[in-house]
Write a protein that binds this ligand. Sequence first.
Ligand SMILES: *[C@@H]1O[C@H](CO)[C@@H](O)[C@H](O)[C@H]1NC(C)=O
Ligand SMILES: *[C@@H]1O[C@H](CO)[C@@H](O)[C@H](O)[C@H]1NC(C)=O
Ligand SMILES: *[C@@H]1O[C@H](CO)[C@@H](O)[C@H](O)[C@H]1NC(C)=O
Ligand SMILES: *[C@@H]1O[C@H](CO)[C@@H](O)[C@H](O)[C@H]1NC(C)=O
Ligand SMILES: *[C@@H]1O[C@H](CO)[C@@H](O)[C@H](O)[C@H]1NC(C)=O
Ligand SMILES: *[C@@H]1O[C@H](CO)[C@@H](O)[C@H](O)[C@H]1NC(C)=O
Ligand SMILES: *[C@@H]1O[C@H](CO)[C@@H](O)[C@H](O)[C@H]1NC(C)=O
Ligand SMILES: *[C@H]1O[C@@H](CO)[C@H](O)[C@@H](O)[C@@H]1NC(C)=O
Length: 671
Amino acid sequence: MQPLKVLLWILMAELATSATVDSFIFTNGFTGSKLILDGLASITENGLLRLTNDTKQSTGHAIYPTPFHFLQPSTGKVVSFSTTFVFAIIPQDPVYYGHGMAFFIAPTPNFSYPDDDGDISNHTVSVELDAMQNFDIDDIDSSNHMGIFINGVKSNLSRYAGYFDDRNGEFHNLSLVSGEPMQVWVDYDGGEMKLNVTLSPIQIPKPKRPLLSMVVNLSSILFNSMYVGFASSTGTLVASDHCILGWSFKLNGLVPEALNISTLPSLPEHAAIKEKPKYLTTIWLTVGSLFLLMGMAIAVILIMVRRRRIKFGELVEDWELQYSTHRFSYKTLFKATKGFNDKQLLGVGGFGKVYKGLLPKSNTQIAVKRVSHESRQGMTEFIAEIVTLGQLRHRNLVQFLGYCRRKGELLLVYDYMPNGNLGSFLHCKDRPALNWPQRLHIIKGVASGLEYLHEDWEQVVIHRDIKTNNVLLDSELNGRLSDFGLARLYDHDTDPQTTKIAGTMGYIAPELARTGRPTTLTDVFAFGVFVLEVACGRRPLDLKLKDDNQIVLVDWVLENWKKGKILDSIDQRLGDEHIVDEMKLVLELGLLCSHPLPALRPSMKQVVQCLNGDAQLPALSSLSFSNFDLPALQQNDGFDKYVLSYPSSSIPSSESNIADFRSISIEEQSM
Ligand SMILES: *[C@@H]1O[C@H](CO)[C@@H](O)[C@H](O)[C@H]1NC(C)=O
Ligand SMILES: *[C@@H]1O[C@H](CO)[C@@H](O)[C@H](O)[C@H]1NC(C)=O
Ligand SMILES: *[C@@H]1O[C@H](CO)[C@@H](O)[C@H](O)[C@H]1NC(C)=O
Ligand SMILES: *[C@@H]1O[C@H](CO)[C@@H](O)[C@H](O)[C@H]1NC(C)=O
Ligand SMILES: *[C@@H]1O[C@H](CO)[C@@H](O)[C@H](O)[C@H]1NC(C)=O
Ligand SMILES: *[C@@H]1O[C@H](CO)[C@@H](O)[C@H](O)[C@H]1NC(C)=O
Ligand SMILES: *[C@@H]1O[C@H](CO)[C@@H](O)[C@H](O)[C@H]1NC(C)=O
Ligand SMILES: *[C@H]1O[C@@H](CO)[C@H](O)[C@@H](O)[C@@H]1NC(C)=O
């Protein structure tokens, strides 16, 4: 029985010693570990130890339930010990991550976190993972540090988190709040009294060189019976999630360097918690960028509307509403002319630039005349007139299609004439010369158009600016009068006292120059000059010519007529194909129309009849040009004689008018 008893004793002793725990290891999670959990600490379903949850301003503790005997019973010296754990700190906010956590050795389970209350934590050793952002304390730089605290609120040793590479000794920074699992080793050599703290990413084996290493005599710090555990600090602004994945502790020796990673609980909430802010961030970013985009879109729209308003802005007044059918929107014209592109430019006339355009809906080619018009004065009448004139329909008139009015600008829309204006056709050396039948056809056409304006419509329309440049040629080389009525724009625009003479130098009848009052007969005068110009292929005034007698076309033709050689005036480019009688007729008609005395000029009706052979041209010889030729008119006495001898109420004889006329003559010569 005795030996059995002894054996039993030994067995019991064995059981007793094995019962005195000096190590533990958690590599399969903490489920069923009986850890003392305090505050926010909890163990998740898959065995993860969480020191905190989303609650702010609160702490959590997890303590191994039984204390360890840190002192050698015989010597009272602190024994060697070693612990390692795998942790992850998952910030809930990438900027304001919350608080740190610590491994501690303390006499009671209720350990107070070093930084939290400033009290000396007597008889404690702790290793802090300082993830806290301290905004008020002077250790802003100390965040993301690891520190050793002995009895204190201030670390005895701390260092920026990281590890020394075993291969080259290089230091690698680590972010404690990366959310990635990392491993910490805390080793104390009782003999050397050296406390080492080592950190490394979970994939890297324990680095040989510790992050922190200090010599400290823990004999006076540690009691025989001490608890080990973890604590999280109070979350200051927002919480972080502090997770312990695995933990091992061992007295009198070293823990296995590596915890079996494959068996550690995963971080299910890692993903969840990490996803959440990401998710939230995504939502906020999306919402934010949507708002931003909306704001920008609204701004862009406003700017565009404003720019459009400026770009396509028009002036419409009540009185214009009756003309709405004749109104084009600026936008339409803008698009039709490709934004009034210079490539669309047909020409620049006295009234402004003319652009070619294409109306997309009707596929109609148009010409858009941009007339700058600063003054509103007389605009009502002018628009009324131009719209009225727009109702005129004649094959020898360029069809007016409509208008558009903007600030300081009037846009007039006409049919597009593919062959441009007669003036440039006639005088451009690059173009083939028009033959006689073509010229005659044009002259007849223009005569017909002008007759229509003067006589065939319900009211007399004076063109006021007959010239080759205002005769456009359509695809069939029909001459078409353009710009009729446009001269009125200047009338309305200016002070009657300083009325400018509408018209073009060389086409202005003498009485028009004196009175400034246009009549159908001033139109006839200009038509006469036009006829001579077409037949002779010469500008009405050619200052390049040396011979003074040749400068003025009418004078020159008249001279030739007086010499009995009127056909010498004919354009040299016309070969022999011309019919002499027709030419003579046209030249004499031109002279007759441009007679200095209005009363002797034929009406347009007569002109058309003559051209069609329906009436005889009066004999020029009976009209005694010699008394009234233009050079004579330009001399004072001759002019006076003319005025006095010509009884017409329409021709006042004041000195100022004579002066006006002279100034025009001077201008003519200096042109
Ligand atoms: C955090 O933990 C505390 C204590 O266990 C609990 O009362 C609270 O509901 C938890 N909060 C969350 C969001 O889980
Ligand atoms: C520490 O915890 C023990 C029991 O766990 C308790 O009796 C004691 O009052 C606590 N002390 C403090 C200061 O909280
Ligand atoms: C720590 O020690 C100091 C002085 O010895 C004492 O005043 C303080 O109450 C102690 N703190 C704790 C938590 O035991
Ligand atoms: C590591 O962090 C410290 C402190 O922020 C910094 O001064 C150092 O440049 C960092 N080193 C590397 C390699 O990032
Ligand atoms: C502490 O680190 C030093 C190297 O700095 C090493 O020599 C020593 O053995 C380590 N002690 C422990 C207990 O790990
Ligand atoms: C360590 O501290 C204890 C208690 O204060 C003391 O007895 C011992 O001599 C110290 N050891 C050394 C090596 O200083
Ligand atoms: C880790 O755990 C797995 C599964 O229990 C086992 O197969 C493997 O051998 C362990 N590895 C180590 C190094 O202990
Ligand atoms: C840390 O070590 C302990 C024990 O050696 C001292 O008592 C403390 O004063 C010391 N604290 C600091 C901040 O160095």
